[in-house]
Design a protein around this ligand. Structure first.
Ligand code: 13P
Length: 261
């Protein structure tokens, strides 16, 4: 973690929790997290689409410092695209963030780099901050191609993204072999790729963008492994899956693994 960038912890709930369960979880987070915690790190939840209005009502009504976002968006802004959700709608629901390029979307929905790039553009069109996910599968890691692979995904997704847009970007390095497996990357593994991604940002844009962009790590993050990951200079937080469904563990993660706030 660098003191120049405020850490961000985002909970990707994936396809879990209905809108009533979402209210309960956000209320538990709000009850536990203090102003000191929020001064030290940004905390976001990324619920299923069906929960967003309920989360918005709670966050706005109780003036919570928790922010939220969506797990996906359409490349289109409106029209005959059955089942899709546009960035316009997400912006109206008060979303701050939207994921683009999550490996589960790339795998199950065959989203290639071109689609991911179009979703990044759609996010910016609607003043949403994209959390761009990159990361290699196990064969690529075993062959030693993981850094080049993540950088190539970054290059493809940022094609056409302007400097002033890139400044607000969030990246998430999520090695596919660590997602949902309990096989968390070592802090050195995370740092190796995150520093390479930051260096590429400097080449694509400039040193200011590279210094500003927050790069998260995701893949089996838990409260007992976050401290070592956050100690890395180019890691600025975490994109948390399973552990974000456990409010007590997610609170500890947001405190970098410390027990008390
Ligand atoms: O995919 C992830 C977050 O987007 C990581 O999921 P887990 O934390 O469950 O490994």
């Amino acid at each position: 973690m660098s003191t120049a960038r405020k850490p961000l912890f985002a909970g990707n709930w994936k396809m879990n929790l209905n809108h009533l369960e979402a209210i309960a979880l956000v209320q538990k987070l709000a009850f536990s997290l203090t102003d000191k915690d929020f001064d030290r790190a940004d905390v976001a939840v990324l619920p299923p689409f069906t929960d967003l209005r309920s989360v918005q009502t709670l966050v706005d009504g109780d003036k919570l410092r928790i922010v939220y976002g969506a797990q996906d968006l359409s490349v289109h802004d409106s029209g005959a695209y059955t089942g899709e959700i546009s960035g316009t709608m997400l912006a109206k629901l008060g979303c701050t963030y939207v994921l683009a390029g999550h490996s589960e979307r790339r795998q199950y929905h065959r989203e290639d780099d071109q689609v991911v790039g179009a979703k990044v553009q759609a996010a910016y069109r609607h003043s949403l901050t994209p959390i761009l996910c990159v990361g290699e599968g196990l064969p690529v890691r075993q062959a030693g191609g993981h850094v080049a692979y993540a950088v190539s995904q970054l290059d493809a997704a940022l094609n056409g993204v302007k400097t002033e847009q890139a400044r607000s970007l969030v990246l998430a390095y999520e090695p596919v072999w660590a997602i949902g497996t309990g096989e968390v990357a070592t802090p050195d593994d995370a740092q190796e790729v995150c520093t390479a991604l930051r260096a590429r940002l400097a080449e694509l844009y400039d040193a200011e963008v590279a210094a500003a962009v927050r790069i998260l790590y995701g893949g089996s993050v838990k409260s007992d492994n976050i401290a070592g990951i956050m100690a890395q200079p180019d890691v600025d937080g975490a994109l948390v899956g399973g552990a974000s469904l456990d409010p007590a563990d997610f609170v500890k993660i947001c405190r970098f693994g410390e027990i008390s706030g």
